[in-house]
Design a protein around this ligand. Structure first.
Ligand code: PLP
Length: 458
C-alpha cells in the first residue's frame, strides 16, 4: 500500500484509556432527568438504588464529573480483548472507487462479538463490589446477554437473562453461548413473572420485544434479595463505559494526525454511537473542532427520524423510570420481518438531547440496503459484519459515494460494532432473496405515540 497509514492502527496495551469520559459534563443542555413514574419527580439515588447497583446509580446521575477512573480490575479484563483496532478500509475504498478515506473502529473482536462487553464488565464489577448475588437483564438479538454472561462468570455472579422470544427462537446458538458462560436464559414474555403473564394474556402469540423483556427482568431483580437489574444500552452509565471506544479511536487517529470529517454509528439505544463520538462530540461542544456526526437507524424502527422527543417508559410494562428521549412509544414493536437488530423503541436521552440541539443528524436505512452493504463489506474487507453494524456501513458507503461524485477526499470514521456469525438467519433471508422491507405507516406510528405517558413539561 502506497499510503503510510497502516491497515490497522493498534494502540499499545499501556495506552488503554484509564478513565471513561463523561460527555454530559460538556453539555450545556443536560439530558433531562429520569422521572419516577409514580410521582413525575426526578428520581433520587435512594429511589434508583433498589433497581441498579449503587455505584452505577451515581454514574447515572452524574452530569458533571468529566473523567471517571476505570478500576484496575476492569482494565485487566479489557486487556483480554482491547485495545480494539482502528482499521483503514483500503479494500472497501478500492471497491467503491472513492477518494474518501474510510476508517472503522472494530469492536467485534471478542466472543460476545460486540462492543457490549465494554459495559457488561463494568456493570458486573460494581455489582460484585456491592456484594450482590447476581443480576438480571433482557437481551434482544443476544449480544448483550452473551456479554453479560461472560462478565458475570468472571466475577462469580449469577446471571438471569430474559431473551426476546423471536430472537430466542431464531438465534438458538446465541442462547447456548450464554449457557456456556453459566447464564440462565428465559424466552420473553414468559410465565415466570407477573408482567410476562399479563402481556401473554393481552397479546397471545406475541413474539416479544425488548421493552417487555426489560419489564420481566426488572420485576425479578426487585423481588429477589441480592439482585439488581442491569441494562446494556440507553442509560447514561452505559454511554459512559462505551466512551472507551471513542477515546481509543481518537488516540489512534491522533497518532497519525488523522481528523475525521464524518463520524457514523448505528443507533439502537445509542450506546456504541454515544461511546464512539464521545471525545469528538466533547470537542464540538467546547467549540474546539467540528464534526459531522451521523446516527443510522433502521427504517422499520425509526426513533430519531420519525419519533417524538418526549418522556416515555423504557419498558412495555411501564414500571421502569421515565426517560426523555426520541421514542416511538413503549408499545411499539417492529414488524416481525425485521432482521437487522436495533429494535428498541427509544433512544439514549443524552443523544436525544444532542440531536434535539442540532449537534448531530440521523438517517434511516432499509434492511435490504443494509444487508447489501454488509455483503459488499464482507467481500471487500473480509469481516462478516453484524447487521446492526451494517447500518453504519451503509451510511459510510453512501457518504463515500457522494465523495466519488464531488471528488472530495473526506475522512470517514464509522463504528463496526460487531460480527454477524449468529445473524445468519437474516443473511439467509437476504441470500435467498426473501428479505423484504417494512416501513411503518404514520398511522401505525400514531398507535405507539398514543401509549406515551402524560408528563407535565418542566
Ligand atoms: C447492541 C448492538 C448494537 C446497538 O446498540 P447500541 O446501544 O445502539 O450501540 C449495535 N451493534 C451491535 C453489534 C450490537 O450488539
Amino acid at each position: 500500500m502506497s499510503n503510510e497509514i497502516p491497515y490497522k492502527i493498534y494502540l499499545e496495551e499501556s495506552e488503554i484509556p484509564t478513565s471513561w469520559y463523561n460527555l454530559r459534563s460538556d453539555m450545556k443542555n443536560k439530558p433531562a432527568p429520569l422521572l419516577n413514574p409514580g410521582t413525575g419527580q426526578p428520581l433520587t439515588l435512594e429511589e434508583l438504588s433498589p433497581i441498579f447497583c449503587e455505584e452505577l446509580c451515581k454514574q447515572e446521575l452524574d452530569n458533571d464529573t468529566k473523567f471517571i477512573p476505570i478500576p484496575d480490575e476492569i482494565i485487566s479484563f479489557y486487556k483480554m480483548y482491547r485495545p480494539a483496532p482502528l482499521v483503514r478500509a483500503y479494500f472497501l475504498e478500492k471497491a467503491l472507487g472513492t477518494p474518501a478515506k474510510i476508517y472503522y473502529k472494530f469492536e467485534g473482536n471478542n466472543t460476545s462479538g460486540s462492543h457490549k462487553l465494554n459495559s457488561a464488565i463494568a456493570q458486573a464489577y460494581y455489582a460484585k463490589k456491592q456484594g450482590l448475588k447476581g443480576v438480571t437483564t433482557e437481551t434482544g438479538a443476544g449480544q448483550w446477554g452473551t456479554a453479560l454472561s461472560m462478565a458475570c462468570v468472571y466475577f462469580g455472579l449469577d446471571c438471569k437473562v430474559y431473551m426476546v422470544k423471536i430472537s430466542y427462537e431464531q438465534k438458538p446458538f446465541r442462547r447456548e453461548v450464554m449457557r456456556v458462560y453459566g447464564a440462565d436464559v428465559t424466552p420473553s414474555p414468559s410465565d415466570t413473572t407477573n408482567i410476562g403473564r399479563k402481556i401473554l394474556e393481552e397479546f397471545p402469540g406475541t413474539t416479544g420485544s425488548l421493552g417487555c423483556a426489560i419489564s420481566e427482568a426488572v420485576e425479578v431483580a426487585t423481588q429477589n434479595e441480592g439482585y439488581r437489574y442491569v441494562l446494556g444500552s440507553v442509560l447514561n452509565q452505559v454511554l459512559l463505559h462505551q466512551s472507551i471506544i471513542g477515546l481509543e479511536a481518537k488516540a489512534a487517529m491522533d497518532k497519525y494526525d488523522i481528523k475525521p470529517d464524518i463520524i457514523i454509528g448505528c443507533a439502537g439505544g445509542g450506546s456504541n454511537l454515544g461511546g464512539l463520538i464521545a471525545p469528538f462530540m466533547g470537542e464540538k461542544l467546547r467549540g474546539e473542532a467540528d464534526y459531522d456526526i451521523v446516527a443510522v437507524e433502521p427504517a422499520s424502527c425509526p426513533s430519531f427520524t420519525r419519533g417524538k422527543f418526549a418522556y416515555d417508559f423504557c419498558d412495555t410494562g411501564m414500571i421502569c423510570p421515565l426517560a426523555k428521549m426520541y421514542t416511538l412509544g413503549s408499545s411499539f414493536i417492529p414488524s416481525s420481518n425485521h432482521a437487522g437488530g436495533l429494535r428498541f423503541h427509544g433512544m439514549s436521552s443524552t443523544l436525544s438531547q444532542l440531536y434535539h440541539d442540532g449537534y448531530m443528524r440521523a438517517v434511516s436505512a432499509k434492511q435490504t440496503d443494509v444487508f447489501e452493504a454488509a455483503e459488499l463489506f464482507a467481500r471487500s474487507e473480509g469481516t462478516l459484519p453484524a447487521p446492526e453494524s451494517a447500518h453504519a456501513i451503509k451510511a459510510a458507503i453512501d457518504e463515500a459515494l457522494k465523495c466519488k461524485e464531488t471528488g472530495e477526499e473526506k475522512t470517514i470514521l464509522f463504528g463496526l460494532t460487531g460480527t454477524g456469525y449468529f445473524d445468519l438467519k437474516g443473511y439467509q433471508q437476504f441470500n435467498d432473496g426473501n428479505m423484504t422491507d417494512y416501513i411503518p405507516t404514520d398511522e401505525e406510528l400514531e398507535k405507539g405515540f398514543a401509549s406515551l405517558p402524560q408528563v407535565p413539561e418542566a
